[in-house]
Write a protein that binds this ligand. Structure first.
Ligand code: FMN
Length: 219
């Protein structure tokens, strides 16, 4: 068993204002985040994407195994292949796989099987969860860990003025094939990243969030 080794936690973040004000300001920033399905072609630098992934890669994870792989796609031919495969799955989903209740829940969002944003957004960041390490080592709490990393990615993108969509064209097995990822990597979410189109609109239904009293219980 390796011995633990501790170092002083000097590099701590201390906000200039009170925790109440800092939390309130961050909440105000994050409450302006919206899922965007209508992108402009305006480019986003690779350096920006790298910072977003670095931020996500700093997330907590079970036993610090960091069970994720981010594949950033900007190649148009690859984006087209992803769009074609995603739309095939989505046509099947909307026509057969989705239950009536699911379709009713999606109706206010105005989504359908057409996904032009998969070609138009300058980047598609495909997040894979690693069921095991590249060296076959065990990973723990993979779904929880990758979900947290994706949350940090979305927050970092929003903070950088960029729009995202958490897209799950289920089943996502085609992403492993198109992107040539190994068997122990399973697609977790597909995130277009870019700027919203000038005339971008968002569904009014997405603005309705539960009140604090519905999501917080204090004991
Ligand atoms: C796990 C997950 C999967 C989602 N899958 C899709 C999807 O496949 N297609 C889509 O258009 N939106 C998808 N969404 C976006 C949600 O519809 C969106 O987050 C919700 O309507 C709230 O809107 P907001 O993000 O603007 O607050 C997904 C969101 C999450 C968290």
């Amino acid at each position: 068993m390796p011995e633990p080794h501790f170092v002083p936690h000097h590099d701590r973040y201390v906000p200039r204002e009170s925790p109440e004000l800092a939390a309130r300001a961050f909440c105000a920033l994050m409450s302006k985040r919206r899922t965007v399905r209508d992108y402009s072609e305006r480019d986003v630098s690779l350096e920006t994407i790298e910072w977003l992934v670095r931020c996500a890669g700093g997330a907590p994870s079970g036993a610090n195994k960091q069970p994720w792989r981010f594949v950033a796609v900007r190649d148009l031919a690859v984006k087209r292949a992803i769009r074609a495969a995603a739309e095939k799955e989505e046509r099947e989903f909307y026509a057969h796989r989705a239950t009536d209740e699911w379709l009713a829940d999606l109706a206010p969002l105005g989504t359908d099987a057409s996904k032009p944003f998969l070609e138009i957004a300058p980047w598609l960041v495909v997040v894979f969860k690693q069921t095991r390490g590249d060296d076959e080592s065990q990973h723990y709490y993979v779904n929880e860990s990758v979900g947290i990393a994706v949350g940090l990615f979305l927050a970092a993108a929003h903070h950088a003025g960029l729009a995202t969509l958490t897209h799950t064209p289920s089943p996502m097995g085609f992403l492993q094939e198109v992107l040539g990822r190994p068997k122990h990597e399973k697609a977790y979410v597909l995130i277009p990243v870019g700027y919203p189109a000038d005339d971008c609109r968002v569904p009014e239904a997405a603005l309705r969030k539960k009140a604090l009293s519905e999501i917080l219980t204090v004991v």
